[in-house]
Design a protein around this ligand. Structure first.
Ligand SMILES: C[S@@+](CC[C@H](N)C(=O)[O-])C[C@H]1O[C@@H](n2cnc3c(N)ncnc32)[C@H](O)[C@@H]1O
Length: 433
């Protein structure tokens, strides 16, 4: 495909097709953005995110409007119509423009025989308005399995979680404590005309009233602040960091928490940051460089300790395991399409395996913080319970904190519609015996 000659909505349809086929937006969107004029990029991005956010609802409507599914080679026109429906239902775009440009994009995608169908379906959609959702997955625009799992796991909260997943996430900053006090940076923002407030729970957090490009933030390039959700920032408040400690960040990329650790405590002996992904590890280096921080980076499977560990135990370990990311769906709405119910059991096995492996390299008297950005207990407190059953000498610490819910074996934050993401933390200490 020669993107430069394609209308932006044809490119949006291709991005959505990529997500349907298992590609994440963070993989497929950056190359797509280079194929359109700079002034079209915000719209392309907003439409791709929005079409994923509302995919299940829009797709139910579109399937109802089609007398039969499109043939496989014409599937791209299904995605093109989803993009158009997203705009009709959730944007201010005038409908005549959506209709005309979608028909034009249908031609550009080399499907002139389907322009009549596209025109007819979208005209009817415009005339008849959005149908009442037939069921909860359609109403909340989530896959059925997620709705059922959340209903089962969170009988009192599932609807609030689903609604929060469809909200716009705030932009939150972590002030680099080595450079600024939070109040001073808030004053800098005020001087720059940027509305912001201190976060409720994270000591260095600032939430912006509306998102903006980072280059508009005072001294961003010089390392004054980083973009990080409030819940993610809380990791440093649980690690009980002190000078002289050797700290491991076992699943580190892109390095948000590695940098938070280094900012939170001067004079740590060493911070070792591991990630198995060769693509993601350079992001840790970029973040460290911008913030002028130092860590030892290693590309490795953290669990394969014989391949990277020097034999000296760590005083502190942060284990921010790979997970379903079900707590951050509002930031990554493609997760609704990418995740499968069958992913959860294998993920839980990986999480328990990583926890057991990291435990072996924790110093007696040391502390391990287990973290996920998931709201599924299978990946969270049930992992901790399973671990405590199999591991002697592991002591669960229940921190006295004003956030989240005590799950008996860790604390759960559910996604908050106006502040932090969904997150889970558990704190474990290794006794000296
Ligand atoms: C939740 S993300 C970490 C986010 C990071 N802690 C931050 O705050 O910026 C999980 C990371 O674990 C990495 N990962 C997955 N399995 C791993 C393993 N066995 N060893 C090391 N890293 C792993 C992934 O590449 C991914 O970057």
């Amino acid at each position: 495909m020669n993107g430069r000659n394609q209308p932006w909505r044809a490119i949006a349809a291709r991005v959505l097709q990529g997500v349907e086929n298992g590609q994440s937006l963070s993989q497929s969107l950056p190359p797509a953005l280079t194929q359109v004029a700079p002034e079209q990029r915000p719209q392309l991005q907003a439409v791709c995110y929005g079409s994923c956010r509302w995919y299940h609802r829009l797709d139910a409507e579109l399937r109802d409007r089609l007398s039969k599914p499109l043939r496989k080679p014409d599937r791209i026109i299904h995605q093109l119509m989803l993009v158009a429906l997203f705009q009709l239902r959730y944007s201010e775009q005038p409908s005549y423009a959506v209709l005309n440009e979608t028909v034009e994009a249908c031609r550009a995608l080399d499907k002139p025989h389907l322009t009549g169908l596209v025109n007819g379906v979208l005209r009817a959609a415009e005339r008849e308005g959005q149908p009442e959702p037939a069921d909860d997955p359609t109403r909340f625009s989530h896959p059925s399995w997620m709705v059922e799992k959340l209903r089962h796991n969170w009988p009192d909260d599932w609807q609030a979680i689903l609604a929060a997943n469809n909200a716009q996430a705030p932009m939150t900053l972590r002030v680099n404590a080595r450079r600024f006090r939070r109040d001073d940076y808030l004053a800098q923002l005020q001087d720059a005309g940027i509305e912001a407030t201190a976060t409720r729970f994270a000591p260095h957090g600032i939430q912006l009233a509306s998102p903006l490009p980072v280059d508009r933030l005072p001294w961003f390039a010089d390392g004054a602040v980083s973009v990080q959700d409030e819940a993610a920032q809380l990791c440093t408040t649980l690690l009980d960091l002190a000078p002289g400690q050797r700290v491991l960040d076992a699943c580190a990329a892109p390095g948000g928490k590695t940098c938070a650790i280094l900012e939170a405590c001067d004079d740590l002996q060493e911070v070792v940051a591991i990630d198995e992904s060769a693509d993601r590890l350079p992001r840790v280096r970029e973040n460290l460089d911008r913030l002028d921080l130092t860590a030892t980076l290693k590309q490795a499977d953290a669990a394969a300790t014989d391949q990277w560990w020097d034999g000296t135990p760590f005083d502190r370990i942060l284990l921010d395991v790979p997970c379903s990311a079900s707590g951050v769906i509002r930031r990554h709405p493609d997760i609704k399409l990418l995740r499968r119910e069958s992913d959860i059991v294998p993920l839980a096995a990986i999480q328990l395996g990583l926890l057991a492996a990291m435990w072996r390299i924790l110093q007696p008297g040391g502390r391990l913080v287990y973290a996920t950005c998931s709201v599924f207990p299978q990946e969270n407190h049930r992992i901790i319970q399973r671990f405590l059953k199999q591991q002697t000498g592991a002591v669960l610490v229940s921190p006295e904190v004003p956030w989240g819910r005590d799950m008996g074996a860790g604390r759960q934050l559910l996604p908050d519609p106006v502040s932090h993401d969904g997150f889970f933390y558990a704190v474990l200490e290794k006794d000296h015996s």
